[in-house]
Design a protein around this ligand. Structure first.
Ligand code: UDP
Ligand code: MG
Length: 319
């Protein structure tokens, strides 16, 4: 059986060689399978592509390199990997060895037991406490409001069968959270807990701003709840305003006091209503903005060139 290892790369030159030797080691212990690494160079500005092109292929492990014309993002890179994968099963794995290749045999075992999707569950993330807290909150919030929950503490690291991989790759949407799409397709799915180590070389390419953007894409791309929340917030503010008005007339009737009282509450109301209006408009804007980008129907990524390890059989890469 041919297994594709889909590996997105952005400026990973420091770690490629050790990744390759770990992959060679793990795959050599699985002689009944053939492996192809599908590297996606997501617009690296360092030596990533050059180093990949020098990697020695073995009998059981070849490589393909798909080079984007610029940086299109992690999720677009994984999608390109699925489009270009020839394997019967596809395994997603980060280039920085945070996703230990030693789990490949476990994933394959679960696949052979009849699971279409096998995903790694991070038992303990070796990341700063505040980042752990943010991830935890995001996943819980996402699951509370999205139409289809995603497994807690699971990233992309895992295996999908060819049919699931091609299904996900064929979905036209721009806001791609692969782990969300993978959960959405259904079929038999199973989680495998593992310890997530730290990056072994280089630095993360995710700034806080990019992480927030990713989280917003996840929340708004997969849920109608925020837009409904805006409606109920508006309704609540409207009703409260009405009740307040009624109460002030009643009080005026009872006390007979018509003086210029209540300017504070007027100011408060202006602020509150203004705030509620802004919140509601921005939530609508989040969706409109997504419809706009989706409407443009641009490709998710552009492939500049592709290359293959010497002697490997290859299918041509499509953009
Ligand atoms: N990556 C990518 N394109 C990007 C950002 C990241 O292909 O725009 C790759 C990166 O090389 C790595 C994986 O995606 O293989 C995960 O990225 P990273 O380790 O920086 O993220 P983190 O593990 O910190 O969430
Ligand atoms: Mg990483």
């Amino acid at each position: 059986m041919l297994v594709s290892l889909i590996i997105p790369m952005l400026n990973e030159s420091e770690g490629i060689r050790s990744l390759w030797s770990r992959l060679t080691e793990v795959t050599s212990q699985l002689p009944s399978h053939n492996f192809e690494a599908v590297f996606i160079d997501d617009g690296s500005t360092d030596q990533t592509a050059e180093i990949i092109q020098e990697l020695p292929a073995t009998v059981g492990l070849s490589w393909k390199l798909i080079q984007f014309s610029r940086n299109f993002g992690h999720q677009a890179a994984i999608t390109a990997g699925m489009v270009n994968a020839s394997g019967e099963a596809m395994i997603f794995l980060d280039a920085d060895l945070q996703d230990p290749p030693e789990l490949i045999p476990v994933f394959l075992e679960k696949y052979q037991e009849g699971n279409d999707v096998v995903y790694g569950i991070r038992k303990n993330r070796k990341e700063p406490l505040w980042l752990k807290f943010c991830f935890g909150t995001f996943y819980r919030l996402f699951n509370a409001i999205s139409e289809r929950p995603i497994p807690l503490d699971a990233g992309e690291f895992g295996l999908v069968s060819r049919r699931v991989g091609k299904l996900i790759a064929g979905m036209p949407e721009r806001d791609r959270l692969i782990r969300g799409m993978r959960s959405w397709v259904g079929f038999k799915q199973v989680g495998v807990p593992y310890d997530r180590p730290e990056r072994h070389a280089g630095t993360t390419s995710y700034s806080i701003a990019r992480r927030i953007e990713g989280a917003l894409d996840g929340l708004f791309g997969y849920s109608k709840v925020p837009i409904r929340l805006a409606f109920f917030l508006g309704l609540l503010v409207f009703v409260l305003g009405g009740v307040y008005l009624l109460q002030s007339y009643v009080m005026m009737f009872i006390t007979g006091n018509k003086g210029v009282i209540g300017w504070r509450s007027v100011i408060t109301l202006i602020f509150m209503l203004g705030g509620a209006n802004l919140i509601a408009t921005s939530i609508v804007g989040e969706y409109v903005c997504r419809i706009y980008f989706q409407g443009k129907s641009r490709p998710l990524y552009i492939v500049e060139t592709s290359s293959f390890s010497p002697g490997s059989q290859h299918t041509s890469a499509a953009s």
